[in-house]
Design a binder for this molecule. Structure first.
Ligand SMILES: [Ca+2]
Ligand SMILES: [Ca+2]
Length: 438
């Protein structure tokens, strides 16, 4: 049967809602991304006796400014201009800028305590990733959008100790009656031309493959699961009973923002997230240091074994698949799971060339809020926000984005079973050096 699908890129930290006719009896969709994260498509290939191309790349028009063709053309022009700007010569010294020391602010301005949050002092640090770190991943491209390194200053702020859990999200839904995007039936307005039977609520779920596969086609291990949502992570027959302390998943950007507002918080900026994730360290590969497994210990829930093969996730780190929060030691600021477990939404729009733009500016860049528009050459029409930290599916075979400084991204209305979030909160009070939330 033709179906409504959501596509995610790479290991799914990236993606755009896509309509396609899915299911083994109809065919498949392939050719989105080649090595290095560059575009080779999209190429839609449908096989079978009922071969039928029903699909078009589409985003939720209600949330995307470029749904109108004229707007889309205008945005493309803006994006193209920005790319030209970003590819202008950069001072060679900037390109080879090394990580500098982290100079944290004095924490004395902190006022009181916030339940479940820790104070991140803010200060000046080096943000981004060294291109040489690419060598730690068998699949190239992990550092492409995370270089060059640049100096950033962020004000102090509060950060959730953990990813937002099912227990916390349930309190929010109980109090507000909020319905996540994954629980809503997609509308024909959003996906014009889609057959009515394809418009079924659901979300994207990782599905291991029967055997080894070419890692160039991530659609082999992702499926659109009808009626999958935060309450039913693997589909309608699954439940979160007993998983109260697991991170909430199947939440898209606007779901995360809605939760944050209810909680009197906000999403962190990408710069805040990285400052917090580094835990006071400077230029280290991981949120705890430069060794992935110091003294043989695992310090994050990632993926060990053959990816993405059935039974391949051997759980050497203690967990096959997603884990409850707080299973590993916190980083230097007391934050848990800043690497792995689930990807975390940040508030910044995603541009692949944003850091190339920043490195030309006077350093340090103060409290960067992300670019004004989104642009990902892999999916030029998708509006994306930055995600950070990697997930339980990240592996040195494919996606080492549990490495500090690396970047993920996701289409704003797309959810999946390895993306969640945590909240930030600006400081308030007479001694605060921090701007208030807006
Ligand atoms: Ca694991
Ligand atoms: Ca995480």
């Amino acid at each position: 049967m033709p179906g409504f699908g959501i596509m995610t890129n790479r290991d799914g930290g990236d993606g755009a809602r896509v309509l396609f006719s899915f299911g083994r009896e109809v065919g498949w969709l392939m050719g989105q991304v080649n090595r290095g994260g560059r575009v080779s498509g999209p190429i839609f290939v449908f096989l079978g006796s009922a071969a039928l191309l029903i699909a078009a790349l589409s985003q939720r028009s209600s949330s995307t400014p470029n749904a109108d063709p004229e707007d889309a053309a205008a945005e493309q022009t803006v994006a193209a201009d920005a790319v030209v700007e970003a590819t202008a010569p950069i001072d060679p010294d900037r390109l080879t800028m090394a990580f500098g020391a982290t100079a944290a602010n004095d924490s004395a301005s902190r006022q009181g305590q916030v339940q479940g949050m820790v104070w991140i002092p803010g200060g000046e640090f080096s943000m981004g990733m060294n291109q040489a770190a690419e060598s730690l991943c068998s699949y190239p491209g992990v550092a492409v959008d995370a270089a060059p390194i640049h100096r950033v200053y962020v004000d102090g702020f509060w950060m959730d100790e953990t990813e937002v859990t099912n227990r916390q999200f349930a309190e929010f839904v109980e109090a507000t009656g909020y319905v996540t995007v994954a629980e809503q039936t997609p509308s024909a307005d959003e996906f014009p031309g889609a057959p009515p039977e394809a418009l079924v609520d659901g979300s994207t779920v990782f599905t291991p493959t029967a055997g080894e596969v070419d890692l160039d086609n991530h659609l082999q291990w992702w499926r659109y699961e009808k009626h999958a949502n935060w309450r039913h992570p693997e589909g309608p027959d699954s439940t979160i009973a007993g998983r109260e302390d697991f991170p909430v998943i199947h939440v898209c950007y606007e779901d995360a923002v809605a939760y944050c507002k209810w909680a009197g918080k906000r999403l962190p900026t990408e710069a805040e997230w990285e400052f917090a994730g580094r835990g006071g360290l400077a230029g280290q590969l991981y949120s705890w240091g430069n060794e992935l497994n110091p003294n043989g210990a695992y310090l994050a829930n990632t993926y060990q074994g053959d990816f993405p093969v059935e039974g391949g996730d051997n759980g050497a780190d203690g967990h096959s698949g997603i884990a409850p929060v707080r299973q590993y030691a916190p980083n230097g600021y007391g934050l848990y799971d800043m690497a792995g477990n689930v990807w975390e939404w940040t508030n910044d729009l995603y541009r692949h060339d944003y850091y190339q733009t920043l490195v030309k500016l006077e350093q340090p860049i103060r409290n960067p809020q992300g670019p004004d528009s989104s642009y990902d050459p892999v999916e030029p029409n998708a509006v994306k926000r930055v995600q950070r930290g990697g997930s339980f599916l990240c592996s040195d075979l494919y996606c080492t984005r549990y490495m500090m400084g690396s970047r993920g991204k996701g289409e704003v209305r797309t959810s999946s079973n390895h993306v969640g979030f945590r909240c930030a909160k600006s400081a308030t009070g007479p001694n605060s050096t921090t701007a208030s939330d807006d």
